[in-house]
Design a protein around this ligand. Structure first.
Ligand code: SF4
Length: 753
């Protein structure tokens, strides 16, 4: 990659945010947007009745700061979506596909908002403009030409609003398939599976208020300063209220060490807030070993101090405690400790923090979910909470932190390849057709099916599928084998550069765009990471008169495809309130939707785990027995996790720096333990290739600069999506099928100069 030529490897800072974050935010947004649009967008960002940030899914507090209720990365997300620059028809006639393929993801994103529907056919060198009518006709004809609706797959990314997601799944099921993969297949699917099994709901149980009241907060496999920065404000408040925080993460992340809140004097000129009372730099994917060691020690202590464990809660609210206890107490503690790479004294310090506390919250990110044993990881976290009676009460519970603004809402709206019986029954009752019952394809299954030519049409509602998916080269081949690939997008991205026989790009409105129809400003609704549903209204003029709202695009695809439909698609899209009326009738918890969403802070969805009324078949929470990681390594093999830089949001690259890790002007780096660097006779900045050989297929990426770093021995970290070609499609979590992007075996070789 071009950018790596100027790579600078510096020293990571000891704290995150501060005044520097403010300067960088201003610099990023004013570079891309007019002063007027900047002011208008930021004034409304995350305010009541304002625009919901298109970045992460972190919830908004009840009282919003007038200084601005957003973080540096929220500003970057706005600058990215609402930039003044346009990737219009002239842009596509200037650059051929082969020229665009040579550019970096960062460059592609900086070319501006898409303004016209575009088409490319096999053999063409460039995308060309097409009318909306013709584009819809092509989609309808291709879908109707398939011998079976299961030969099409319909992807959704987290940005999609509740209204668009509901219509999309309705259309797809009327068309006849449950092939509704989504981005949560690649991130928190393991959380959903584990939580559904153990506490009866596949979502977290806590609210912001719980975080403020917690006595102990555990943060597993997560980097809030980059991926959900306003979480640090909540953690700061929790600490002020007396909470202790333990961070469990292979990398020492600046934001988990110290936070300088730029809205306080202490954050601007003072020392900031120490976030972690204890920081455990665990070896990658040894969370189950650590938790077993901790619970083993808790059982030992409970032999003399029984109140350490909440027997009342366990007896009344849980099942399978005895089998769980038997498994934990029969563990070999020395082996567990060795696996973690930690000293026993560190584990004892962790235990000492747990012993006197009952209000415990466990937060986690993809550091727990993206492993073959991702579901086990989360179930083991739940075991600890259940032992302590730390769920279903104030200040305690589960907090999987979702990465994309409405990813949780999309699933609630029925974007699911394995829909619940209850949803299918409601659809059947309300819409007069029998939806398909058989399971559809997840992301990984869709890629495999496209590669085997069992799926011939791929439609993506948002996202950057190719960069987000594992096994990039394989996924590219899979998309190329399709008859038709369609991307409903706001900006150009790498996925547009790999197409089927016909490729379409349909430009859609984003969160920041104002949408007026019939003299009325429309709004949409979203659900945040803590199950609060609220409205979001764009305030800026859309980039072109040709871009369409996502609900309208779905309705027009439906009209072009379905020969018979009892749904009046025009009626629904003429007023988004009509869509919400249908959601009200179909999805549990949305009763009186249009009225309740008028509340400026939104409304809370039902959550049994939050109230201690577990919605499992037995009505009790369930202890589980989980295995430590079973991955075996050769002597010269490392375990690699992919991670995001600070100038990045999922697949969107905002810039080339990762200043919290001391990296500037480049992304092609591999973070390594200093001893490992020395043992391989490598030096800082040396270029290496990383490779592996799963299922007899050699995968290799080259040109990664060595960065000696504070990471446990044997562990490596690289950026996503640059290292995605190393993640084999078949390496997925049991049950959830989440790609195991955070435990990939790799070897390293120095490149010849
Ligand atoms: S914390 Fe997340 S939702 Fe909030 S402003 Fe930052 S990126 Fe946006």
């Amino acid at each position: 990659m071009k950018e790596s030529k100027n790579l600078t490897i510096g020293v990571p800072p000891k704290s995150a945010a501060g005044i520097k974050a403010v300067f960088i935010s201003i610099q990023q947004i004013t570079k891309r947007m007019s002063f007027y649009n900047t002011f208008k967008a930021l004034k409304n960002l995350n305010q009541k009745k304002g625009t919901d940030c298109p970045g992460c899914a972190w919830p908004d507090p009840t009282h919003r700061s007038k200084l601005g209720e957003f973080c540096e990365n929220g500003v970057k997300a706005i600058a990215e979506e609402a930039m003044d620059k346009r990737a219009n028809s002239a842009f596509f006639s200037k650059y051929s596909l082969s020229e665009l393929k040579k550019q970096s993801d960062y460059w592609l994103g900086q070319q501006g908002r898409l303004t016209n529907p575009m088409i490319i056919e096999s053999g063409n060198s460039n995308y060309a403009p097409i009318s909306w009518e013709k584009a819809y006709k092509i989609i309808g004809e291709n879908l109707n030409n398939l011998s079976n609706p299961n030969k099409a797959t319909f992807y959704t990314s987290g940005r999609t609003s509740n209204e668009a997601a509901f219509l999309y799944q309705l259309f797809v099921r009327m068309y006849g398939t449950n092939n509704l993969p989504d981005c949560s297949n690649m991130c928190h699917e393991s959380s959903g599976a584990a939580l559904y099994n153990t506490v009866g709901i596949g979502k977290g149980s806590v609210t912001l208020n719980d975080l403020y009241k917690a006595e102990l907060i555990l943060i597993f496999g997560q980097n809030p300063a980059t991926n959900h920065p306003r979480m640090l404000v909540a953690l700061e408040k929790a600490k002020k209220n007396g909470a202790k925080i333990v961070s469990i993460n292979p990398l020492k992340e600046a934001g988990l060490v110290n936070f300088k809140n730029p809205q306080t004097a202490k954050g601007i000129i003072g020392k900031g807030t120490t976030i972690s009372d204890l920081y455990l730099q665990l070896k990658i994917n040894e969370d189950v070993a650590l938790l077993k060691a901790v619970m083993y020690k808790l059982f030992k202590k409970a032999a003399t101090s029984p109140s350490i464990i909440d027997s009342n809660f366990i007896n009344n609210k849980t099942i399978d405690f005895e089998s769980f206890k038997k498994e934990i107490t029969s563990q070999n503690i020395e082996e567990l400790i060795t696996r973690t790479g930690l000293n026993e004294s560190e584990i004892d310090a962790f235990v000492d923090l747990i012993v006197p506390r009952k209000k415990i919250i466990a937060c986690w990110g993809m550091g727990l979910t993206q492993h073959v044993n991702g579901v086990d990881n989360i179930q083991e976290v739940v075991n600890l909470l259940l032992m302590k009676g730390s769920i279903g009460k104030e200040g305690a519970g589960t907090c999987p932190v979702r990465g994309h603004s409405n990813v949780q809402g999309d699933r609630t709206m029925g974007i699911a390849e394995r829909p619940s019986k209850q949803l299918l029954e409601k659809i059947s009752e309300n819409f007069g057709f029998t939806p398909p019952k058989e399971s559809g394809l997840s992301v990984v299954e869709s890629i495999a099916a496209m590669h085997q030519e069992k799926v011939k049409v791929f439609i993506a509602m948002g996202g950057n599928f190719l960069s987000a998916a594992p096994d990039t080269n394989f996924t590219e081949q899979a998309l190329e084998k399709c008859d038709l690939t369609v991307h409903i997008s706001t900006k150009l991205n790498r996925s547009h550069l790999t197409h089927g026989k016909i490729g379409l790009i349909l430009p859609s409105m984003g969160r920041t765009d104002k949408f007026i129809q019939n003299g009325k400003e429309e709004f949409v609704t979203v659900e945040n990471s803590m199950g609060i549903v609220h409205s979001s209204q764009g305030k800026l003029t859309p980039p072109s008169s040709m871009v369409e709202s996502e609900p309208l695009i779905v309705a027009n695809i439906a009209k072009a495809t379905l020969k018979q439909s009892k749904v009046d698609w025009d009626f629904l899209t003429n007023d988004f309130g009509n869509i919400r009326d249908l959601i009200d009738k179909t999805i549990a918890g949305f009763e009186n939707y249009n009225e309740r969403v008028k509340n400026p802070i939104g409304f809370e969805l039902p959550n049994g785990a939050r109230t201690g009324n577990f919605t499992t078949p037995t009505k009790k929470a369930k202890f589980t027995v989980n295995k430590v990681s079973q991955t075996k390594f050769d002597n010269n093999e490392f375990i690699m996790m992919t991670t995001r830089s600070h100038d990045q949001f999922n697949t969107t690259i905002y810039g080339l720096d990762d200043r919290y890790r001391g990296i500037y002007n480049g992304r092609m780096v591999v973070f390594m333990n200093e001893e490992d660097v020395a043992n391989l006779n490598l030096q800082k900045g040396d270029l290496v290739s990383l490779y592996n050989n799963y299922s007899n297929t050699k995968r290799e990426v080259s040109g990664f600069a060595v960065v000696p770093y504070n990471i446990p021995k044997g562990c490596l970290a690289t950026y996503f999506p640059e290292a995605n070609p190393l993640v084999p499609l078949e390496l997925t979590a049991h049950i959830s099928h989440t790609p195991s992007s955070k435990s990939v075996k790799v070897k390293i070789k120095k490149m010849e100069v």
